[in-house]
Design a protein. Structure first.
Length: 114
């Protein structure tokens, strides 16, 4: 989608600190980190929110989650632990409408979330 911030990051049109990319996914550091590790994993293809996923996206979502686990491990947080979050729409605080998986680690994360 032409005016989507994360599509532009995936296309390299807006700079970001990219920590992983392949033909389907890009992972980059969140510009406003909420933990020592705060990475966003996104699909290159524009999908606005979790509500727009179809069964054909199941493999893509699996790749996102497994990539999150790999990145947490590579950053040294696999054993200690990390949190993965998909926010969907207003009550969850979604602000960028291109599906993204937050990966947070490096501090004790409270539960329930705010
Ligand atoms: P949401 O609130 O939609 O779940 O998460 C959006 C995330 O994108 C926020 O954590 C926010 O800090 C991050 N973000 C917003 N704009 C940019 C940007 O231009 N670059 C990067 N790297 N992260 C961004
Ligand atoms: Zn997009």
């Amino acid at each position: 989608m032409s005016d989507c911030l994360f599509c532009k990051i995936a296309a390299g049109q807006i700079p970001a600190t990219v920590v992983y990319q392949d033909d389907r996914l890009v992972a980059f550091k969140d510009v406003n980190p909420q933990a020592p590790m705060h990475v966003l994993v996104i699909p290159r293809r524009h999908i606005s929110s979790l509500n727009d996923l179809t069964a054909q996206d199941d493999a893509l979502v699996g790749e996102m989650i497994r990539r999150a686990a790999s990145l947490a491990g590579e950053h040294g947080y696999g054993d200690r632990g990390y949190r993965t979050v998909y926010n969907c729409n207003a009550d969850a605080g979604q602000t960028v409408f291109h599906v993204h998986l937050h990966v947070l680690a490096g501090r004790s994360l409270t539960w329930p979330p705010g």
